[in-house]
Design a protein around this ligand. Structure first.
Ligand code: PGA
Length: 269
């Protein structure tokens, strides 16, 4: 039987599928249609779901979810911190907003580590997303070396503080944070529920210091890194883990649904 989440809090649980560089627009069409056919009203009554396909799929997925009223929010994986201009290869947040994108991942560890995205660029991108009325999903997380050196908290603090510095309490309250330890991403080695909860509590505390208690209790914090249908319920049973950011297990409708159902089961009264 699924663990039961302690009552309290009105943060809506949130499960996001980060497809990374997988699935062209035809495959996207099949996957989202399959997901739409499988999703039952009780799956999404308490749980919010988003998918974050590659840029080239967004228009296709938008048309499908709108046309067939599939209860899935449209997400992107990244965007420029500029609205327009001579930035070859970049995608503007304004363009994403026009497509009906609601959530944008900001500072995913692959952007930070493979493409050199700095904390300052994360902060600028987060503001660009807010400027266009979308919700940033701000990703933070330590590497294995940083964890081994006992530096998890200072690393999370530096990443989060730079990202939210100067935002007002209402803006901070509306963010989604994703705790994604780099060592858990794509490795099959998820953090334990206790480690995920410890990090979420720590991040919530930092939000409280920066933006006040109301923002801290409103901000939603996801865990990400090797999430699947088997570990989803246990992770979100923790009181401060409000949802999951799912990579590999979101690439198949049945596997993604297992994660969504694991979360939904925890929130059923
Ligand atoms: P994973 O990826 O679920 O495949 O580990 C998670 C992520 O990178 O968001």
């Amino acid at each position: 039987m699924a663990p039961r989440r302690p009552p309290g809090g009105d943060r809506r649980p949130f499960v996001s599928g980060n497809w990374k560089m997988h699935h062209d627009h035809i495959e996207a069409l099949h996957l989202v249609r399959d997901l739409g056919l499988r999703l039952k009203p009780e799956d999404t009554v308490s749980v919010e779901v988003s998918v974050h396909p590659p840029f080239t799929d967004l228009r296709t997925v938008q048309t499908l979810v709108e046309g067939e009223s599939i209860p899935v929010a449209l997400g992107a994986q990244h965007c420029s911190d500029h609205d327009r201009g001579a930035f070859t290869g970049e995608v503007s947040p304004q363009m994403l907003a026009r497509l009906g994108v609601r959530y944008v991942l900001v500072g995913h560890s692959e952007r930070r580590h493979l493409f050199g995205m700095t904390d300052e660029q994360v902060a600028a991108t987060l503001r660009a997303v807010l400027r266009h009325g979308m919700v940033p999903v701000c990703c933070v997380g330590e590497t294995q070396d940083e964890r081994d050196a006992g530096r998890t908290e200072p690393v999370l603090a530096a990443q989060l503080k730079t990202a939210i510095d100067g935002l007002d309490a209402e803006q901070v309250a509306g963010l989604v944070l994703a705790y994604e330890p780099v060592w858990a991403i794509g490795t099959g080695r998820a953090a334990t529920a206790v480690d995920a909860e410890d990090a979420a509590v720590y991040l919530r505390g930092l939000v409280g210091e920066a933006a006040g208690a109301e923002a801290a209790s409103a901000v939603r914090i996801q865990y990400g890194g090797s999430v699947n249908g088997e570990n989803a319920a246990e992770l979100v049973a923790e009181p401060d883990v409000d949802g999951l950011l799912v990579g590999g297990a979101s690439l198949d409708a049945a596997r993604f649904l297992d994660v969504i159902r694991g979360v939904a089961g925890c929130y059923r009264s």
